[in-house]
Design a protein around this ligand. Structure first.
Ligand code: NAD
Length: 259
């Protein structure tokens, strides 16, 4: 059974074939969805994203450059999507950024104001900016999904300002869910266990985090990124029609236990 047949969505955050967004898009497409792909502006990035999508089976993908910290980029993106597709059914927000200089264990206390503001703007506020523009296009309701991590709930070594941004992101999910629920628009986050991606490599001590999960998570292993993609299909589809404002963990159970 195809769970997203006829649905149209925007998937933010494909950088390469390791990206969580890539795995979500592949699973969404397998379930019949049509996806558009905003990517961080830059020729190198455009080539990389186009190749990753081609390798993922997306022939002639709908690609638009969009820096989520730039309102004009976001306005252009949503106007272009509206012109080409009319309506929007789902959005995947799989985007985050913090200066890696401040993602080393034991250095959160040294975070400068500018690095804090930048991380919160790109990684948390951007969800609000995206939801504002998605709202008028989601004429028959919709689903907005953000990607979070356990470092939103507990201080995780090296995650630092990104943990603060993820706490804000999860809170934005709840407030957006409260505002948009009456329109049938659901907003959730998926808290993924550690996956080897470009962004994850910026977090100091990432390999130790993977080792710790493998040894102590209830499932005694790390997750596969594809497992995030499959759970995302549930949250994007009508299977989760009664779920909003939720943070759903796909982390081999790591958050459920004391380590
Ligand atoms: P990734 O590097 O593949 O994806 C991050 C994406 O963010 C990239 O495509 C990058 O181009 C984009 N981006 C950064 N700044 C941007 C901007 N200003 N405008 C537009 N796009 C921008 O890494 P990923 O691990 O797939 O990350 C995706 C999401 O998943 C992030 O929110 C991340 O925090 C979250 N997450 C990752 C893990 C993990 O272990 N990899 C775990 C939990 C949550």
């Amino acid at each position: 059974m195809k769970l997203l047949e006829g649905k149209r969505g925007l998937v933010f955050g494909v950088a390469n074939e390791r990206s969580i967004a890539w795995h979500i898009a592949r699973n969404a497409a397998e379930h019949g969805a049509t996806c558009g792909f905003p990517y961080l502006p830059g020729e190198k990035m455009e080539r990389r994203v186009a190749k990753a999508l081609a390798d993922g089976g997306f022939a002639e993908p709908w690609l638009r450059a969009c820096d989520v910290s730039n309102d004009a980029d976001l306005d252009r993106l949503f106007a272009s999507f509206a012109a080409d597709f009319g309506t929007l059914d789902f959005v995947v927000h799989s985007v985050a950024y913090a200066d890696r200089e401040y993602l080393q264990p034991g250095t959160f206390v040294d975070t400068p104001r500018a690095a804090f503001a930048e991380a919160l703007d790109i990684s948390a506020y951007s969800l609000v900016a995206v939801a504002q523009r998605a709202k008028p296009l989601m004429k028959s309701g919709g689903s907005i999904l953000a990607l979070s991590y356990y470092g939103a709930e507990k201080a995780a070594p090296g995650y630092n300002v990104m943990g603060v941004a993820k706490s804000a992101l999860e809170s934005c999910v709840r407030y957006l869910a409260a505002d948009l629920g009456a329109l049938g628009i659901r907003v959730n986050s998926l808290s993924a266990g550690p996956c080897r991606t470009l962004s994850a490599m910026a977090v100091g001590g990432f390999d130790q985090i993977l080792d710790k999960v493998a040894e102590s998570a209830p499932l005694r292993r790390n997750i596969e990124t594809d497992e995030v993609g499959r759970a995302a299909v549930y949250l994007l589809s009508d299977l989760s029609s009664g779920v909003t404002g939720e943070t759903h963990h796909v982390d081999a159970g790591y958050n459920a236990i004391v380590t």
